[in-house]
Design a protein around this ligand. Sequence first.
Ligand code: RAM
Length: 353
Amino acid sequence: MKFPTKTTRGGVVAAVAALALVLAGCSSSDDDTDAGATAGGGDDGMATEANLDIVFLPKNLGNAYFDTSNAGGADAIAEFGGSYSEVGPQEASPDAQVSYINTATQQGVGALVVSANDPAAICDALNEARDAGVKVVTFDSDTNPECRDLFINQATAEGIARIQVDLIAEQIGDAGQVAVLSASANATNQNAWIEMMEEMLAADHPDIELVEVVYGDDDDQTSFDKTAALLQTYPDLKGIISPTTVGVSAAARYLSTSEYKGQVMLTGLGTPNQMRAYVEDGTVEAFALWNPADLGYLAAYAAKALIEGDITGAEGDTFEAGDLGSYTVGADATVLLGDPYVFDADNIGDFDF
Ligand code: RAM
């Protein structure tokens, strides 16, 4: 029950996200950015000395998950009087983020907050940014640890894998063929979760057969088409796990008007707003996620703490993250947000993001 009660933020996600979106919109205006910096300057002039110019770089633009996480980041940055901006590619391909990293380096921003499409492809660009004095925080999907200062992890890979395995096993009666519809083939986060799900299925669910992992590239149409192809290829398919908000909502849309609705079970990681209709019409029983707004909010405060020299990313470093309270850096310069949370017909009405 940590998700809705960890902070008041979980209960007022709609209001916070809406506010953050407004603030994000405002941050493109110099006047408003200056006003924010002046207000933040009440903190002993810190905002004028430290470079709190923080750039969020999602896997791709147009993904509702990142709209929410980055709105959380904008919310935090407005609170501490920094300047928020977001840049990113249209497609979640391995090196599509490199040019945005290089531009941020040239602009001399204070920090980059990045969800990586590939563990290695952006490493050199990130290290050039760090050499130039930019703090690099990954969130959601990590690069290799030597290419960033800190990784803000939404939940442990074990926890994220376990919840999806438990959900699909329960929904298909612990037996039969399942497939995975993932994001892009190189995504660090999805690949870590899938590897763990494979191990858990093999160890604990001998009657479930994982027949294939396919990739929808975090693109709605590709994910929709890959769902159709899976159902054609595997007529006995009992379930689909889609550990991506883009994939699971596209798969739900396909299933909802197909003959497979209610026959082939679907779970994974989704946003309540994208999945609500499919829970209500019986296509989907339950799925999981964390609070993306809190993730972006925490990443922004971590970037601030790095910029201001409060932390270096060493294990045991602690920092304050506004409404979320105090966090401690763990092994491998990783900070953990919390636990994943399950959404179903009973609770989905409580969430708006
Ligand atoms: C998609 C992205 C993101 C992932 C979520 C669950 O939005 O792939 O990286 O964390 O799904």
